[in-house]
Design a protein around this ligand. Structure first.
Ligand SMILES: [Fe+2]
Ligand SMILES: [Fe+2]
Length: 298
């Protein structure tokens, strides 16, 4: 059995004070949004509850689906790298970037350098290259990048043809080699799961790749919601799961912070995955099991 803890949308607090130069452009709207609203939602003590609970469950691997930071400030990425180091050895923690990590092109470029140890395939590269693949026992963890700098008030993502083509090849190869394929991306992986200005622009193309080559599990974040759906593929159903922000107190239309543990087993030639979701109970300030199920049986 191999266990994976999935968490997302850390939106690390506190927000460092940016310089005037750093605030130019898109960052200004994000900065105002943080100070007007978001700082009331994303809390350090909530994130600490989530990470302590994950550690207590001793997963084999941690899958973090992005939005580590808020404005892609250099100081945020430094704090983010420190936080990731505490979360676990980069060998055991995989991250893919979110739209907040790619808030500005220059910020994203700096961030990618600093966060490379967590976004690197087994074939080490000087900078993250997407998709990447990490092989842990009989599990292939495949990381995609949907984060790209976008205009103000736009939080969409795009994979692009090159990534989709390489993903198709990776899915095919890893399936032939007998791996359970766990695909990680930040944005919801199907059309209609997010409003257009926040959606993955080529979600339809991703669905086509997954429908052709299959995958055992797809993990994502971005919407700060518990979400689940299945993509029908030629090789069986592809279960896809979204998770709330790992640092969030409940806010209108959004549940409190949570994470999910997936236990992946090979039994009688088939992959069997059981899931256990742990959520913050804000009234009692403690973590509780909120959902437990076996994939394909619910
Ligand atoms: Fe987010
Ligand atoms: Fe996001």
């Amino acid at each position: 059995m191999f266990t994976i803890a999935h968490l997302s949308d850390v939106h690390l607090a506190p927000l460092p004070s940016p310089t005037m130069a750093e605030l130019m452009g898109k960052r200004l709207s994000g900065y105002l949004s943080w100070h007007l609203n978001r700082h009331k939602i994303h809390k350090t003590h909530v994130l600490a509850r989530i990470t302590a609970d994950i550690a207590a469950h001793k997963p084999d691997h941690i899958a973090f689906t992005g939005d580590l930071v808020n404005l892609a400030l250099p100081a945020e990425f430094k704090a983010g790298a420190k936080w990731l180091k505490k979360l676990g050895n980069p060998r055991d923690v995989t991250m893919v970037p979110g739209n907040h990590d790619s808030y500005t092109p220059e910020g994203f470029a700096e961030g990618l350098k600093l966060l490379n140890p967590w976004m690197q395939g087994d074939a080490a590269t000087a900078q993250p290259q997407f998709p990447f693949a990490r092989y842990r026992r009989n599990i292939a963890i495949i990381g995609l990048c949907t984060g790209l700098p976008t205009p103000v008030f736009n939080a969409s993502g795009t994979l692009g043809r090159e990534q989709l083509e390489r993903l198709a090849i990776l899915l095919q190869q890893t399936r032939t080699r007998g791996f359970a394929r766990v695909v990680m991306l930040h944005h919801p992986p199907a059309p209609g799961l997010a409003i257009p200005r926040k959606a993955l622009t080529d979600a339809g193309d991703l669905v086509a790749v997954l429908a052709q080559h299959g995958a055992e599990l797809v993990l994502y974040g971005h919407n700060h919601l518990h979400q689940s759906h299945v993509i029908e593929s030629a090789l069986g159903p592809v279960p896809c799961f979204g998770i709330p922000s790992a640092s969030a107190l409940p806010y209108p239309g959004h549940p409190p912070a949570a994470w999910t543990r997936y236990a992946i087993n090979r039994t009688e030639g088939n992959w069997r995955i059981t899931a256990l979701t742990r959520s913050l109970n804000p009234a009692r300030d403690r973590m509780e099991t909120s959902r437990e199920f076996t994939l394909g049986e619910t």
